[in-house]
Design a protein around this ligand. Sequence first.
Ligand code: PRX
Length: 655
Amino acid sequence: MSTAVESRTIDTLLLEERRYPPPAEFAAEANAKPDIYSRSFEEFWETEGRERVTWFEPFTELLEWELPYAKWYLGGKLNVCFNCVDRHVAAGNGDKIAYYWEGEPEDDRREITFADLQREVVRFANALTKLGVRKGTPVAIYMGMVPELPVAMLACTRLGAPHTVVFGGFSAESLSGRMNDMGCQLLITQDEGWRAGKPVPLKRNADEALASSPSVKQMIVLRRTGGDVSMQEGRDRWWHDVVEGEPDDPESCPCEPMESEDLLYLLYTSGTTAKPKGIVHTTAGYLVGVATTHHYIFDVKPDSIYWCAADIGWVTGHSYIVYGPLCNGTTGIIYEGVPNYPDPERWWEIVERYKVDILYTAPTAIRSHMKWGPEFASRHDLSSLRLLGTVGEPINPEAWVWYRDHIGGDRTPVVDTWWQTETGMILITPLPGVTTLKPGSATKPFPGVAAAVVDDQGNEVGPGAGGYLVLKRPWPAMLRGIYKDDERYRETYWSRFDDVYFAGDGARVDEDGDFWLLGRVDDVMNVSGHRISTIEVESALVDHSEVAEAAVCGRSDERTGQAIVAYVSLKGGREGSIAKLEELRNHVGKKIGPIAKPANIVFTPELPKTRSGKIMRRLLRDVAENRTLGDTTTLADPAVVDEIKQRAATGQTEE
Ligand code: PRX
């Protein structure tokens, strides 16, 4: 584990003495009471499985565990769309708001009731059926934060067609790579999205992606901005045209009864190689897992106005904007744009307007608000807020306390929730009516979840010691593998230690049994809560015709958690320039997406290598973090690092 991570946490642990027990009134009304922890694993997931979800046919077996593959709720039949939409309408809640939607351009608003959602989903599912989508047809979705994105996802689940949602900030190449891996037959996109007042060319990227995605034969395009796009005859159709005249009564398109273990979706995430992994999520365990955690952790009430301010293109949005909340019949907010458009008051206007009681976001967003200053929040009545949450990266205690004070009025609990694309659901988290909170700690494993911290040998470490986070027992929403790559699945998660899931995170447990997450221990960076692999960025750089070699690492960044630093040597020993730096950053943006653009590029004639030719990334991390260099004796040419240090320090290539 890197020394930076270690020392940062030791500091945290030494300094962080603040404690926040649950407020008495909150605890008295909370969905989760202390006795929740005494429920047994089997009883917990059996009962939740029966109560949170409506089954077409009840399950007969809770769990079949043949390491490393789990099957949950065997023998059951159900449909995710039925659970998220139809059953709420049937129960008389059709008039309840499912989503308040705020477009990024001001005054662009919609209210969508559960009955509206059902009508839109049914019409769109009928349209998809006409285009040949059936149970098992893989569908790709590449959209911004518009209501039609959950409509498209739900329509797929209604038909039993697995989807892969690709975040709208990814490039054409990233999109086509994912569609090719899944063998998608149809793509749903939109003309453009809005981001910070500027249009994002989704359809243009999609066109480019389709040029190298031969399996995709059809494209449906939602008109969002009205921007000019070209439509290819016979292949592309407008959303409004395909739904025209389609019936919207649920009987016209019944929900497909699915087996518990049928594929629900793939979501691609970065690992330690250049190729993203298609994380497999199946139907029943996933739905039970997200609905149960959403109910207890966010303490959702029937009249809650819940806002998860993530993007649906990431797992947080899948689990806690779409499937968990809708399964629980919760009213949610979807906001299309960036937090500071047109100014940093935007979020707080939304909280005030809809009287949001639960807000869930990423530490990086909190740190941005900290930087802009508390005055923007203070101009708004945020007294409706009852509970705050964070996800995606370790939260520094200062940001945690700022969030609680300035947003939560020094009243609300803050739940720091640890989980991953692979885990599907939150696994380590406070329960707001039960847990005494410590800023910076994700506290305890969720009921029914067995987490531990182990040393190099796989032995559990004692209180205070650092090590690797592992999960010792399956959980319902866990990944069912990496799509078409059994070997990589076993290798990545199940080979580091015997019989336990290795999460790739460092962690520490304190004397109260509370978990402190310390960041990644592999070659994965966490930029603004988004996982990016160093090798993926290196491959993108080396793909540029003038780049000879590249090495990439993360350095700590006050706002984004980590920032990407690239060390690049150009072919023919050429020197870099500001223009070249911009060109390379744009190249990475084009290959992966703007989120992967390096914050700094240091041009250097040589990279530090061992005598056997391996790049010593450890030293590059030391340079990036401005630390004293570790052991350099194994370097083939020790002068190289001095040169790099100097170049990095003179800021010759800084942005
Ligand atoms: O390193 C951990 C960090 O985010 C990683 C998972 O990233 P991703 O699959 O993109 O999912 C993010 C949203 C669930 C983890 O391996 N991480 C996530 N939540 C936390 C966290 N690190 C510390 N504290 C958290 N609460």
